[in-house]
Design a protein around this ligand. Structure first.
Ligand code: SAH
Length: 344
């Protein structure tokens, strides 16, 4: 596979071009075209010979949209094809405050949470920073087709993959998002099932994205039943790491909690959650479980609201996440699985 140019920041591009004997200002031109998702053919202010030379060694486009599914509520689910043929998903959600893109960070995932469709085939490979950036570039190009002013304003790392299991490329991507797309860290959320050491590393490296922790159960004993990683990463250590992250970044931590009937929505669960969340700024995001074929069952509106009340009565800051795109294979990994099944 050729090297991907969106993997590089401007300084790195300048260095590469320098080695090829091209003047520095060309890097800026190239960086601009790359950030717009324009292939070599369209880079009209660059000399043809220079473009041909580059295209022999490098690719300019890291991903292409091969399928779109549009929901009645405006949500669009993309299926992207990477240069090596691997498929990943992204979801564009329209909120009042702007357009949010949910990006994938790995092809597959090795965390194996039993309710999640992304990990069913294990981890195929990590995405590079430039491939993750390519998801955003593609979504921006998609938006521009109907509105030249429209753009992605927020990014959530909540697609397939565990971002902190691909730490170096993901953190490079966070920096590239700002440099290439003008999306600052305060507009980015990173969701993790709780890789403690890398949460601390994020804090030490002064990142200030919103950190979201996939909690899903209030005790280790229960959590192990749905998330194998809970064997290694204990809730207490995760909480300590998030407190450390807060102390460095000043960012309130979000706990994601997929509500599952007869599993994690009792009064006793609410009480445990109260103990976990007491005394520091955090918020619980309740998600009605999206059923993906495991034995776990989701909740209805009434059950969800009842559990929310159990939490708010205890002084816990909590909301139910608005469910978008329910008519378009909403849950993680579902669109890709369906596409692959239909093709076979
Ligand atoms: N690996 C990261 C990102 C995963 S996806 C993480 O674990 O946080 C983003 C969120 O969707 C996570 O909280 C994940 O646990 C949740 N999720 C996955 N499958 C789900 C399902 N079927 N229903 C509801 N939430 C789900």
């Amino acid at each position: 596979m050729k090297k991907l140019l969106t993997d590089y920041n401007l300084a790195e591009l300048e260095e590469i071009l320098k080695q090829n004997g091209a003047p520095k200002f060309r890097a800026k031109q190239l960086f601009k075209w790359l950030s717009l998702g324009v292939d070599f053919d369209g880079m009209t202010d660059l000399p043809k010979s220079f473009r041909v030379e580059l295209s022999e060694k490098y690719s300019a486009i890291g991903a292409t949209i091969i399928k779109e599914a549009k929901s009645k509520d405006g949500t669009v689910k993309f299926l992207f094809r990477l240069c090596d043929g691997n498929l990943i998903e992204g979801v564009l959600m329209k909120y009042k405050y702007g357009n949010t893109l949910c990006v994938s960070t790995q092809v597959g995932c090795r965390m194996n949470c039993i309710f999640c469709a992304s990990g069913k085939d294990g981890l195929l490979r990590n995405l590079s920073a430039g491939e993750m950036l390519a998801e955003v570039i593609c979504a921006n190009a998609y938006l521009r087709k109907t509105d030249s002013e429209a753009r992605i304003s927020n990014v959530v790392l909540m697609g397939s993959g565990e971002p902190l299991d691909n730490y170096d490329e993901v953190t490079k991507f966070l920096r590239l998002l700002t440099e290439s797309q003008g999306i600052g860290q305060r507009s980015i959320s990173l969701s993790t099932c709780g890789l403690v050491d890398n949460i601390r590393k994020l804090a030490d490296e002064d990142f200030n994205v919103t950190l979201c922790i996939s909690l899903h159960a209030p005790t280790d004993e229960k959590r192990i039943k749905v998330m194998p990683t809970a064997r290694k990463f204990k809730i207490k250590d995760i909480i300590d790491a998030t407190k450390y992250y807060f102390s460095k970044s000043g960012r309130r931590v979000i706990f994601e909690y997929a509500m599952m009937r007869n599993f994690n929505i009792s009064e006793a669960d609410a009480e445990e959650l109260r103990k976990l969340t007491a005394g520091y700024p955090c918020h619980v995001n309740l998600i009605p479980l999206n059923e993906t074929g495991s034995t776990l069952v989701g909740v209805n509106r009434k059950e969800a609201e009842f559990f929310l009340k159990l939490l708010t009565d205890r002084g816990i800051s909590a909301t139910i996440r608005r469910s978008l795109g329910e008519d378009i294979e909403g849950a993680c990994g579902q669109l890709k699985r369906k596409y692959v099944q239909d093709e076979n």
